[in-house]
Ligand binder design. Structure first.
Ligand code: PXG
Length: 473
C-alpha cells in the first residue's frame, strides 16, 4: 500500500493544518528544541519532516519513501501501520482513557500486562513497576536499589557500577549511571556513587586476545572496580546485554557468566537494561535469555509497545521485592502515568502480535542470521574493521587501518558521512561514532534486508571515495 503524499490533506489527521515542507521546517526551526541536537546546525540544514509510515517504511513530507533500518529509535518492533494497536488504544480510551495506580486503585490493563510480563521474563522476576520511559525505569531502579540496601541494614551500599558508553537514559540520575562521556560532562554531572568500568569492546581493548580470553579479562574489570571501591559499598552492577547506543558492543563468550559470578560472590544486585534488547531484538524475548543472564532487576521500554505509546517497566526479582514488600513501608516514588491504561492495553496487544506472528522465533531462526550473513559480505571492504551483532541488532565498524587496528580521528566524521550517504539513498542507518548500526522492525523481509545492505555497501564505497577530502578538512 502506498500512502498518499503528505500534501494531500486527507492523509493527515483532521486537526492538523496542511502546510508545505518549507513552512513546517520554518516553524520547527523557530520553536522546537529537538533531543540530542545542535540547534544552530539543524536550523541551517532544516529537518526532514516525517508524515506517515507503514511496515518498515516511512514517508516524508515530499512523498519520498524511506526504509527505516532503525525501527524508529530501536523500538518499532512490530512495524508501522498496525491497525490492531490503534483499535486496542481506541477501545481502551473509550472504556477508561486514564486512571492511576496510586491510592490503592488498579486497572485491568495494568494488571493483565503485569501478569503477562511476569510470564515472559526469566523466572523469579515476579513484580512490575510501570513508568513511561526507559530513563524513568532506570531512575526508578536507582531509588529502588538504594531503598533495598537501606532496608537490609546496609545503607552504605550505594555505589552502582555501569560501563563506559553504557546508555541508560537522559534524566539526571540515568545520565550519571550511564557512561556517555560528553553527556556526563554537561549539567553539573557526574553525581557521586556512580562508577564505571570499560565496556567489553574487543576491537578496542583486546584485538589480539581470543574472544574467550578477552571475555574473562573484561569481566575481571568489574572485580577490580569492586575491590577498589570496597565490596561493602557496592549496591549493584548495571549493563545492557548488548550495548546499543554505545556502539553495538556484543559481549564476548563467557563475559556475562563471569559478571554473574562476580556479582553473586559479592552479593551485588545485577541489573539488566533490556530497553533495546527486549521484545525479540536479539532473537529471544529478552537479551538476558540470549546470554543466559539471571538478573535481579530488568528494565523494559521501547519494544514493549513497539513505540506506539510511551510505556516502560521495571521487572523486580523476588530477592528485592520481598524486602520492599515485607520491610519497606511506603515506597515514595511514582509517576502520574505509571501503568497508564491505554499504554498498557497497546503493550498487551503488541505482545500478542509478536506471539501470534512468531516474530521472536523468526528473528532467531531466519531473518537475524540472514542479516548477519549479508553483512558478513562487507567484511572485506577496506573501511570495515568489524561486523558484529545478534538477531536484528547489528553494527559495522569502520576503521582507518584494519591490520594496525587504528581508528579514525576525529572520531565520528567518517561514520556520519556514511550515514548521510545511506540517508540520501532513503535508508535510515545510524552512525554511533564510526560504527554503522542497524536495528530494523522484526517484520523486515529478506528483500528489504538486501536493499538495506546494498545501500550500505554503496554508501561505504562513496565514503571511501570521500576519505581524502573528509580527512583533510
Ligand atoms: N536504556 C537503554 C539501553 C536505551 O537504549 C534508554 C535506557 C532510555 O530510554 P528512554 O525511553 O528514556 O529514551 C535507552 C534509550 C540512539 C538512541 O540514538 C537510543 C536511545 C534513545 C534515544 C536515542 O541510539 N535509547
Amino acid at each position: 500500500m502506498t500512502p498518499p503524499a503528505a500534501s494531500d490533506a486527507s492523509a493527515l489527521p483532521a486537526a492538523l493544518p496542511t502546510r508545505s515542507t518549507a513552512e513546517w521546517r520554518a516553524l520547527d526551526a523557530a520553536h522546537a528544541l529537538h533531543p540530542f541536537t545542535d540547534y544552530k546546525a539543524l536550523a541551517a540544514e532544516g529537518s526532514r519532516i516525517i508524515t506517515r509510515a507503514d511496515g518498515v517504511y516511512l514517508w516524508d513530507s515530499e512523498g519520498t519513501r524511506i526504509l527505516d533500518g532503525m525501527a524508529g529509535l530501536w523500538c518499532v518492533n512490530a512495524g508501522y501501520g498496525r491497525r490492531e494497536l490503534v483499535d486496542a488504544a481506541a477501545r481502551q480510551m473509550t472504556a477508561l482513557p486514564y486512571y492511576n495506580l496510586f491510592f490503592k486503585t488498579a486497572t485491568p490493563p495494568a494488571i493483565e500486562l503485569a501478569r503477562k510480563l511476569v510470564e515472559l521474563t526469566p523466572a523469579g522476576l515476579n513484580h512490575v513497576f510501570f513508568t513511561n520511559s526507559g530513563s524513568e525505569a532506570n531512575d526508578t531502579v536507582i531509588r529502588m536499589v538504594r531503598q533495598y540496601w537501606a532496608l537490609e541494614d546496609q545503607p552504605e551500599r550505594r555505589v552502582i557500577i555501569g560501563r563506559h558508553n553504557g546508555y541508560h537514559g537522559s534524566t539526571v540520575a540515568a545520565t550519571a549511571m550511564g557512561g556517555m562521556g560528553a553527556m556526563r560532562r554537561q549539567g553539573g554531572l557526574p553525581l557521586p556513587d556512580f562508577e564505571h568500568i570499560r565496556e567489553p569492546n574487543r576491537l578496542r581493548y583486546g584485538p589480539d586476545q581470543s574472544p574467550e580470553d578477552f571475555g574473562r579479562a573484561a569481566a575481571g574489570w568489574l572485580e577490580e572496580a569492586i575491590q577498589a571501591i570496597g565490596p561493602g559499598r557496592v549496591a549493584a552492577f548495571i549493563g545492557e546485554p548488548i550495548q546499543g547506543a554505545g556502539g553495538l558492543i556484543v559481549p564476548p563468550p563467557g563475559y556475562w557468566a563471569e559478571i554473574q559470578r562476580i556479582c553473586a560472590n559479592h552479593g551485588i544486585l545485577l541489573i539488566a537494561d533490556e530497553v533495546i534488547c527486549g521484545f525479540g531484538r536479539t532473537g529471544r524475548w529478552f537479551g538476558s535469555q540470549t546470554f543466559d543472564i539471571r538478573p535481579d532487576i530488568m528494565t523494559l521500554a521501547k519494544g514493549l509497545s513497539s513505540g506506539y505509546l510511551p510505556i516502560a517497566a521495571v521487572m523486580v526479582g523476588d530477592r528485592v521485592s520481598r524486602t520492599l514488600i515485607d520491610k519497606g513501608g511506603e515506597f515514595i516514588h511514582g509517576f502520574t502515568y505509571s501503568g497508564h491504561p491505554t499504554a498498557c492495553a497497546v503493550a498487551l496487544e503488541n505482545i500478542s502480535i509478536l506471539e501470534r506472528e512468531g516474530l521472536v522465533d523468526r528473528v532467531r531462526e531466519d531473518i537475524g542470521p540472514f542479516l548477519m550473513e549479508r553483512l558478513e559480505g562487507l567484511r572485506d571492504h577496506p573501511l570495515v574493521g568489524e561486523v558484529r551483532g545478534k538477531g536484528l541488532m547489528a553494527g559495522v565498524e569502520l576503521i582507518r587501518d584494519k591490520d594496525q587496528h587504528s581508528f579514525f580521528a576525529p572520531v565520528g566524521r567518517v561514520g556520519t558521512r556514511c550515514r548521510d550517504h545511506c540517508f540520501s539513498n532513503n535508508v535510515v542507518i545510524r552512525a554511533v561514532e564510526d560504527t554503522m548500526v542497524m536495528a530494523p522492525p522484526l517484520i523486515i523481509t529478506r528483500d528489504q534486508i538486501e536493499t538495506m545492505v546494498d545501500t550500505l555497501a554503496r554508501a561505504l564505497d562513496r565514503t571511501q571515495r570521500d576519505l581524502p577530502r573528509l580527512m583533510s578538512s
